[in-house]
Ligand binder design. Structure first.
Ligand code: SF4
Length: 458
């Protein structure tokens, strides 16, 4: 199993990239921690004040109040209504059965209770029940509903919830699992896999029973499940022929449920993320396509003009560079994406305020952006050492082609604009034309000691 997660309390996951598989490969089964003392903070009163502010404010943020009420499932309908809900292995952006997977359908049919991470008041997660569903394993969120639902063409909510539960109980990443099954379904429909390969399973788009069975087999690496447990890149290699064209991944990581043909920033995020296709690498484009609250909250980064979602122009590259650094800093601090700006409740300056209250450090926004950039650059150096090159900064071929949805045609990512955007990104990051960080930038970032061998450009 290549996409095993690290799991705690049965339903909280360190997903993506198979970190659980890394633990398994080192014979590390679990890490148990027990504490007895208190964790000290630099300014307890300041922290209490910020927490009071958070409790008073989070419901006023339109996105966060929706997360509290519906969880990330709230995005299924909005993605579908704008014809960009990845469907049937990214062949279209509209799923006729999306309503059956919506947040409202979950509330009506299978909702058990709200839950969340330790002491978080937002409680954006929704456990599900009904039939043989076990709420102890939580419930499907947007990515799971998309990957196991629309991407596989399955609108049977109970089957999708069961598929999600199988992933959670086996510790499988739902995005990678769903994208891999959707890939296998397209291979089956195109004759690249037959019943002799699937053990008689009718692995067609829309077959919820086959989805559930395929995931059970994947968890046990049994029959066709052995192939699927390798993820799309390796499975496509093994199947051969045209299968590679249907494998949706970047650097071996299966693509999340957002279409870069509609979001230029996502085209950069997927291709440039050091960990492969990652939808949380930078901010998504649409909220910043018009004047209003979200754009105003980007002002501290010097971004004031509305963006064209599909564009890969100079402004978009700058937007991606800055929001990637900001998100990277958030990852270094360990702050939830659903809590911080520019979309969510914590403004950019509030994050620095929290950091100061906890650590006592006086950290400016500029300092945080440097921390973020340093982490991105170090990951780049790691990848170069492991053999990745600029040729890996790309997208699955399908994204360079148009798709049809809602009675119209949506263009593919423009290859020329994409290539120019990558070059511009390298320059802004202080990397050479081959995407190799230059010594001068490493010095500016305070990591001269990493300037070694083939990983660094003079
Ligand atoms: S910490 Fe984030 S993911 Fe966890 S419940 Fe709160 S908002 Fe949701």
């Amino acid at each position: 199993m290549r996409f095993a997660c690290i799991v705690n309390e049965l339903r909280h996951f360190v997903g993506r990239c198979g970190l659980g598989a890394v633990m398994g490969s080192k014979n590390l089964k679990a890490v148990a921690v027990r504490g007895t003392g208190k964790v000290g903070v630099a300014d307890p009163e300041g922290l209490k004040g910020l927490n009071r502010w958070f409790m008073d404010s989070y419901r006023e943020n339109p996105d966060v109040s929706g997360l509290s009420r519906y969880g990330t499932a709230q995005y299924i309908n909005s993605q579908n209504e704008t014809c960009q809900l990845p469907t049937r292995n990214f062949t279209t952006g509209f799923f006729e059965g999306a309503g059956r997977l919506s947040a409202e359908a979950i509330k009506e049919e299978v909702f058990a209770y709200d839950y969340g991470c330790y002491v978080c008041p937002v409680k954006c997660k929704k456990a599900v029940k009904g039939g043989d569903l076990d709420p102890d394993y939580g419930g499907p969120e947007y990515e799971g509903l998309g990957a196991l639902g629309s991407l596989c063409g399955v609108s049977d909510l109970k089957a999708v919830a069961k598929a999600n539960e199988i992933c959670n109980s086996a510790g499988m990443d739902v995005i990678s699992a769903g994208v891999t099954v959707a890939f296998a379904m397209e291979c089956f429909e195109k004759g690249l896999l037959g019943r002799e390969d699937t053990g008689g399973l009718d692995l067609r788009f829309g077959n919820g029973e086959a989805l559930v069975k395929a995931l059970e087999m994947t968890a046990d690496a049994e029959g066709v499940g052995r192939l699927l447990s390798q993820g799309v890149a390796r499975a496509a290699e093994e199947i051969g022929g045209r299968a590679k064209e249907l494998a949706m991944h970047v650097k071996g990581l299966e693509t999340p449920l957002h279409d870069p043909r509609r979001k230029g920033s996502l085209a950069l995020a997927y291709s440039l993320s050091p960990t492969g296709a990652d939808h949380l690498q930078g901010e998504h484009d649409h909220p910043f396509s018009k004047k209003g609250l979200y754009l105003e909250r980007l002002a501290p980064l010097g971004i004031n003009k509305p963006l064209v979602p599909e564009s890969l122009d100079q402004e978009k590259v700058r937007f991606f560079v800055l929001t990637q650094r900001w998100n990277s800093a958030g990852n270094c601090i360990g702050i939830c994406n659903f809590a911080r700006g520019p979309i969510r409740v914590l403004d950019l300056d509030k994050v620095a305020g929290y950091l100061k209250a906890v650590t006592g450090w006086d950290t400016s926004l500029e300092d945080l952006l440097t921390v973020g950039e340093r982490a991105i650059t170090m990951a780049r150096l790691f990848n170069i050492r492991e053999g990745f090159t600029a040729s890996d900064d790309t997208l699955p071929e399908r994204f360079f082609h148009h798709y049809e949805a809602c009675g119209r045609v949506y263009g593919g990512v423009n290859r020329e604009a994409f290539a120019d955007a990558l070059k511009r990104y390298y320059r802004l990051m202080g990397w050479d034309e081959e995407g190799v960080p230059e010594k001068k930038r490493l010095h500016e970032l305070g990591i001269d000691e990493m300037a070694t061998g083939e990983c660094t450009s003079a």
